[in-house]
Design a protein around this ligand. Structure first.
Ligand code: ATP
Ligand code: MG
Length: 436
């Protein structure tokens, strides 16, 4: 009746598959202990599985004494399997309780956890990150990462529907590609190499053969500053498409955001205790020109000049909220592969997708002409020899193309109303954290 091995025992139902109407039927559930309250002759426990919670009631006479005593001795987080009878109950959270008939304790916990598994909030994020595997068992975390999974599925479905080819590009690279972000150096056999800051050059090359490509993979950036929105290792949803320009990519982003918000809304509908602040997506995400926003900032008293980056502090001054694009950025600070505007060589065909003052994505039309690309490299003071392989490809008919990178964690912050990027990352990497 009380075992310790899985043996032939198998789950018949997840917590969210058991209903009041199953009164009297026998089920096998698996999970971990969340709470235990013993009252001598009666013991209440909750067990959790990946989908939710199950209330357990072991009463004297209702189940063997030995079983009731064992359950009341269990500490939170112990891993268990239980065969029990469903008993409908108006008082219980899901409208039913489980009366245990057989118990297996696979891993019995002896230690007191650093925080309660039922804690809605834990003040110190470092305490939580130190014990991340058990932190992720808390309901608010479970909701975030289950929703993340749904968002990824929605994005992948979108790419499949639109006939994108999913690619994977090398993460160990020889050349520091784009400038800007600092890279991580690694040893590659007897040579120095880097971790890729983005799949940029590879995804552009792959438009030559596959035309519409997407990649969902890590990017690595040595971000020395401690902010709530920068990781050293982030997941980027990249797309690159032939025969379109940046306006078409903004349309696609609108569709991807709509699909993502839809996925999170559906999740919240099923799990009303997921306390997300799900944002609205307007039918058309507004597009503001960089120069117009600079003018608005100056009017609002910011010191921003044409050519400056637009910092959160100045964006806050003009109070833009929700999702919007900032388009047509100055060309000079943009990487060499970004195309200049046909109407003004000082401006680029580029955009950032914003959510309030948070940047979610950057994208642009790219340079497709070989000579232009070489000239842009030279203007930036980059060594053309280092880009030999890339420039070589451009001698064989690169199509006009455009694309973007969407930060998955930034997107999730916007979709769930999360302030700290670490909360939407399984195992965050930052200046101070390389473990666990
Ligand atoms: P920021 O200005 O916010 O540092 P960026 O302009 O340097 O970002 P891009 O090179 O444009 O970033 O990268 C495309 C997208 O990848 C960004 O819009 C963002 O969503 C995401 N991203 C970039 N760097 C990071 C990072 N260090 N941590 C998390 N996400 C990032
Ligand atoms: Mg950017």
């Amino acid at each position: 009746m009380i075992g310790t091995e899985l043996g032939q025992m198998r789950r018949t139902h997840y917590s969210d598959q058991i209903t009041q109407s199953m009164d009297g039927s026998q089920v096998t559930v698996m999970g971990w202990i969340l709470t235990v309250r013993g009252h001598g002759n009666i013991c209440f426990a909750t067990i959790s599985d990946k989908n939710g919670e199950i209330s357990l009631v072991a009463k004297k006479g209702g189940c063997p004494d030995e079983l009731r005593e064992k359950i009341s001795s269990l500490k939170p987080h112990s891993s268990v399997g239980i065969v029990g009878m469903v008993k409908s109950s108006e008082k219980a959270p899901g409208g039913y309780e489980l009366v245990p008939q057989e118990l297996r304790v696979f891993s019995e916990v002896q230690k007191t956890p650093p925080f309660e598994p039922t804690a809605k909030t834990v003040k110190n994020i470092d305490t939580r990150l130190e014990s991340r595997p058990i932190d992720l068992r808390r309901a608010p975390m479970r909701h975030i990462f289950n929703a993340r999974s749904q968002v990824l599925q929605a994005v992948r479905n979108y790419f499949a529907r639109e006939q994108f080819v999913e690619i994977n590009t090398p993460k160990m690279i020889a050349t520091a590609t784009e400038g800007g972000a600092a890279l991580f150096s690694i040893f590659y056999y007897n040579k120095g190499a880097f971790l890729a800051q983005s799949p940029q050059l590879y995804k552009e090359q792959l438009t030559m053969s596959f035309e519409k490509v997407c990649e969902i993979a890590p990017i690595f950036r040595a971000e020395a500053s401690r902010t709530n929105r920068h990781l050293s290792e982030a997941i980027s949803i990249d797309l690159e498409e032939a025969f379109v320009d940046y306006n078409d990519i903004m349309d696609r982003i609108g569709q991807i955001i709509t699909a993502s918000v839809g996925a999170v809304s559906a999740y919240v509908k099923k799990h009303p205790d997921a306390e997300f602040a799900v944002p609205d997506v307007p039918e058309e995400i507004p597009r503001y020109k960089y120069e117009d926003l600079v003018a608005r900032m100056q009017k609002a008293g910011a010191k921003t000049e044409w050519g400056d980056d637009l910092y959160p502090s100045s964006l806050k001054k003009i109070g833009l909220e929700g999702f919007y694009f900032i388009t047509d950025w100055p060309l000079a600070p943009k990487p060499f592969y970004v195309k200049e505007s046909a109407s003004d060589p000082k401006i680029s065909e580029s955009f950032d997708l914003m959510f309030g003052d948070l940047e979610i994505s950057s994208g642009s039309t790219r340079v497709e002409k070989s000579q232009k690309l070489s000239q842009r490299l030279a203007d930036k003071g980059l060594d053309p020899d280092k880009f030999g392989y890339h420039l070589g490809a451009f001698e064989y008919g690169v199509p006009p193309h455009a694309g973007c990178g969407i930060g998955l964690e930034r997107l999730l912050m916007a979709l769930t109303g999360t302030e700290n990027i670490r909360d939407v990352t399984f195992y965050p990497r930052d200046v101070d954290r390389l473990a666990p």
